[in-house]
Design a protein around this ligand. Sequence first.
Ligand SMILES: [Zn+2]
Length: 255
Amino acid sequence: MVDTHSHIYSEEFDDDRNFVVENAQKVGVQKVILANVDSLSMPRLQQTLTEFPNFCVSAMGLHPTSVKENYIAELQTVKENLYNQNHVAVGEIGLDLYWDDTFKNEQILAFEQQIAWALELNLPVIIHNRKAFAEVFASLHKFRKNMPKGVFHCFSGGIEEAKKAVELGFLLGIGGVVTYKNSNLGEIIAQISVENLLLETDAPYLAPVPFRGKRNEPKYLVEVLQKLSSVFAVSDEKIDVITTENACKLFKISL
Ligand SMILES: [Zn+2]
């Protein structure tokens, strides 16, 4: 398995990062993609990459909730790193109108700028989207002649949005939310092919049942995988093989 979205560089893992990695490997997680947030998270991300060079790869980008007055400078920092280091994706980028829409216009500018860089570098994008499907699709529409590849990480939409994302060539990142009782994500993705899905944890956030509310970690990818095999009524192994292949293909990684 590949955990295609995780933040195990964050301080929640400072006391036991080695164990977290070991435990993930024990249950079959072979790689983790570290998604950047902003200039503050970059040194931590870099440090974790250096510590676990065979286990971690990275995505570089400016997260929409970190788009504030100083976003031009933040973008510049991200760009320098993006163009000078090896990353498997541009991310996480996108729009978040759930927490705060004060900087909506700046979020859109930052999102579109980073898509342009992804295209220039021939990298996929990892899209964070909260309460902003219309705006995200409007931004993507501007790139319709040269659509980036990528994933809607922690996909949170309905069936229409799922179909539209897939039509545009995007994959849907599925994590702990699919195991929640009050979520209809399982029913939605049942109408989508496994070929369009990726596994992710978003650790330390959104731990799957029965660990909901606790710190999430890559080893809990197993719970997400098992939920998907029940949704699609196929074996765990089949979900594992297909989603791992999807991840390797999109991010051009080998295991
Ligand atoms: Zn994230």
